[in-house]
Design a protein around this ligand. Structure first.
Ligand SMILES: Nc1ncnc2c1ncn2[C@@H]1O[C@H](COP(=O)(O)OP(=O)(O)OP(=O)(O)O)[C@@H](O)[C@H]1O
Ligand SMILES: [Mg+2]
Length: 288
């Protein structure tokens, strides 16, 4: 069987090789993959999950395990169902009319759409960061303190706020202006504030839907470094259009196409020797 390196050399003769070689180099630069945690219980498990808007099935019979303390990237062309799948995990889709779910979605073994999980508690445990930073029009401090406050947090709130801002790598930049408006921060700072806001709820899982798509390369790098650190404590599911980003930060990658899960596996393998030709075509930029 050809090695990944041999495959890459062979690929070098084809026009799409530049992208493939770049991704392989990014994956290789990260060193050995995080220990496979297939033995550990998945944090989230989808079993033949189908999500419809009216008659239209945006996600079709997807079976996928999200492993603990890892970053799982969900990639695929626009409209393939990435956000729909992500939003199902903490029931954010509930707010969309005519949305229906069949199959199973489990969080920590309990049925997300059954009586096991109250949606409000579920969203406390499974936080979400959106594509565009969406801070409240309040002070930096209040943005982070608000959630824990209305959830009856009994600890020392200023300390929780500081910890969350430190974990989001924003503390040094804002510690002297906590009472200033969050809207005065830069886009990258606002996105880190939104991550701090999610962290302050002491979640178990962080869902991120293209968190860097409105940011410049430097702010993007900040967030990617942060995601890399966050996985020590949280399980992260990251939707991204940016293949380099998936190669840089994720441990596992799931490729969706037209609502179906084409392939899932270790990022290092997916980006060097994918099983499915459609995955190969997508990651090398031949379509999508
Ligand atoms: N609220 C909605 N009502 C009806 N159809 C929807 C709704 N939201 C999404 N869809 C459809 O479901 C499919 C999947 O959409 P989704 O937003 O999950 O894709 P995506 O992979 O996140 O795309 P993108 O990369 O552009 O964000 C698309 O065909 C979309 O048109
Ligand atoms: Mg989307």
């Amino acid at each position: 069987m050809a090695t990944a390196a041999q495959n890459m050399v062979a690929a070098g003769r084809r026009p799409e090789a530049t992208q493939a070689l770049r991704l392989a180099a990014l994956v290789a630069a990260r060193g050995p993959a995080a220990p496979a945690s297939t033995a550990a219980e998945p944090v989230i498990r989808a079993e033949r999950l189908t999500i419809r808007y009216g008659e239209f099935a945006a996600v079709r019979e997807v079976s996928l395990d999200i492993a603990p303390a890892q970053v799982t990237a969900i990639i695929g062309p626009s409209g393939c169902g990435k956000s729909t799948l992500l939003r199902a995990m903490n029931r954010m889709n509930d707010f969309i009319e005519r949305m229906s779910v069949s199959g199973k979605l489990l969080y920590r073994g309990g049925d997300v759409y059954g009586p096991a999980w109250d949606p409000v508690e579920l969203r406390r445990r499974i936080g979400m960061v959106f594509q565009r930073p969406n801070p409240f029009p309040k002070s930096i401090y209040k943005n982070v303190a608000w959630g824990p406050m209305i959830n009856g947090y009994r600890g020392h709130l200023p300390e929780l706020v500081e910890q969350a801002l430190r974990k989001a790598a924003l503390w040094e930049e804002v510690k002297d202006k906590l009472n200033e408006s969050a809207l005065a921060l830069s886009g990258g700072q606002q996105q880190r504030l939104c991550i701090a806001r999610a962290i302050a709820m002491q979640p178990d899982v962080l869902l991120m839907d293209e968190p860097c798509s409105s940011l410049d390369p430097i702010a993007t790098r900040h967030i990617e470094d942060l995601i890399d650190q966050l996985k020590a404590q949280y399980t992260v599911v990251l939707v991204t259009h940016n293949m380099q980003q998936a190669a840089r930060v994720s441990d596992r990658t799931a490729f969706l196409y037209l609502g179906e899960l084409v392939e899932v596996g270790e990022t290092s393998r997916m980006f060097t020797t994918p099983d499915n030709p459609r995955t190969q075509d997508y990651i090398t930029g031949r379509f999508g």
